[in-house]
Design a protein around this ligand. Structure first.
Ligand code: CTP
Length: 407
């Protein structure tokens, strides 16, 4: 069985656009949501329609856009009710200063604010992405409205700081479409790790030979970053200790960059005592050169290659798993194997003294966006369906949460 790849497959998003230059980004956001697998119903205010045409949103979402509560297409004349009952979330991007003010007051004299008011609050979260000039954003009236909206349970995403369409620089820029998509995906996940702290290692390590060379491996860090992200989405406070990788930090995750295995251990050990869960996905180099040359090693003309003396690196996972009871987090190891995957994983679980090992086919998974995982614990084995690393990471986090809740 193959898991669907999109983060929003099966989700229906009501995307609202209020008036502002950032409406062009709202169109891009519609595209991002559709690409992630969501069905999107766009609703635009009259002012939004002055910035971009409904036809653009219709083409991007594949659905006619609603712009008025008097729209005769709705057989019962109740667009504000019908549109929200099928939605998993209402996301207003851009949310103008005027729109925030209307929301804060509970106004209902045009379709978008009307349906925000009429949505079933318990089931359909309302997220708003403010976009406005920095003076408008910092004005006490806007700040008062935003505080009121937060108190009413509205999720306020951003705004970011930066260059604005008006030529000024400051707070008020709408978050980028990809950031808003990720925020929405996060909000829709069940909060199975709320109140927990999760520590994750990811990526390869780099063991220096001299100032320009070293020993590393092909780990991309994608699986570990996906686990960190999924844990944060599940409500955990997440610390990610990363070897050298070219990946952006998942939103809301604290990241510590290291190079060598010894640096990774030094970062992990004090943190392990303050985190309830430790997920070791890093592909830690097994050995390191004993001496690191201070200067680049040059060929000496003899035709002889230098001989490197190697020492074994500390086993970070096993070290954490040996911490005394009470200081030891729930430890999850990964086992990247090339053959006899489950047998090796079982042995590794016992050798490292951890409750759960996640086995995968190392050569196939390295660098790829896909993976297939087998969970190995004291009870036996459980194969997760093959799929995108981000989707798999969510399943894994759910499995970890289930085991923690049972313990
Ligand atoms: N690990 C670790 N520190 C090490 C080596 C491995 O923390 N020095 C962790 C990895 O992050 C992973 C698990 O241990 O969670 C298993 O890693 P793997 O490389 O598969 O196992 P090794 O112990 O290196 O065993 P082998 O090379 O014999 O397969």
């Amino acid at each position: 069985m193959q898991l669907p790849a999109g983060d929003l497959v099966g989700r229906h998003v009501l995307l609202g656009l209020s008036g502002g230059v950032a409406c062009y980004k709202g169109a891009d956001l519609a595209r991002e949501l559709v690409k992630a697998g969501a069905t999107v119903q766009a609703v635009m205010t009259e002012s939004a329609c002055r910035f971009i045409g409904p036809a653009t949103l219709q083409a991007l979402t594949g659905r006619p856009v609603f712009t008025s509560q008097w729209d005769p297409r709705q057989p019962n004349g109740m667009a504000h009710i019908d549109l929200t009952r099928s939605a998993d979330a209402v996301l207003v991007a851009p949310a103008s200063a005027d729109f925030l003010a209307r929301l804060a007051q509970g106004r209902a004299d045009e379709l978008l604010s009307l349906l925000c008011l009429a949505r079933p609050r318990e089931r359909v979260p309302l997220l708003v992405a403010p976009a406005m000039n920095r003076e408008m954003w910092s004005h006490p009236a806007t700040q008062r409205n935003v505080a009121q909206l937060r108190a009413d349970g509205t999720v306020v995403l951003g705004p970011a700081e930066g260059e604005q369409a008006c030529g000024e620089t400051g707070d008020g820029r709408m978050l980028e479409p990809a950031e808003l998509r990720d925020e929405l995906v996060g909000w829709l996940q069940p909060k199975t790790l709320a109140g927990r702290r999760v520590l994750v290692t990811a990526g390869p390590t780099f063991e220096a030979i001299d100032p320009v060379r070293g020993i590393t491996n092909l780990s991309s860090g994608k699986m570990g970053f996906a686990v960190a992200r999924a844990a944060a989405e599940a409500g955990a406070e997440v610390t990610l200790v990363a070897g050298p990788v070219a990946l952006g930090t998942p939103r809301g995750v604290r990241r510590i960059d290291v190079a060598s295995a010894e640096q990774m251990l030094a970062a992990v050990l004090p943190l392990a005592r303050t985190h309830g869960v430790f997920v070791a996905t890093a592909a830690v180099a097994d050995w390191r050169p004993v001496e690191v040359a201070a200067q680049k090693i040059k060929k000496d003309g003899s035709g002889e290659a230098p001989v490197l003396r190697m020492a074994e690196n500390p086993d970070i996972l096993a070290t954490v798993a040996r911490l005394p009871e009470g200081e030891r987090p729930y430890c999850v190891g990964f086992a990247a194997e090339s053959h006899d995957i489950v047998r090796h994983a079982r042995e590794k679980r016992l050798r490292k003294g951890v409750p759960l090992i996640v086995a995968n086919d190392g050569p196939a998974a390295f660098g790829s966006d896909h993976n297939a995982l087998v969970l190995v614990d004291a009870a036996g084995e459980q194969a997760l369906p093959a799929g995108d690393k981000r989707v798999l990471a969510r399943l894994l986090v759910a499995e970890i949460a289930r085991r923690l809740a049972a313990a």
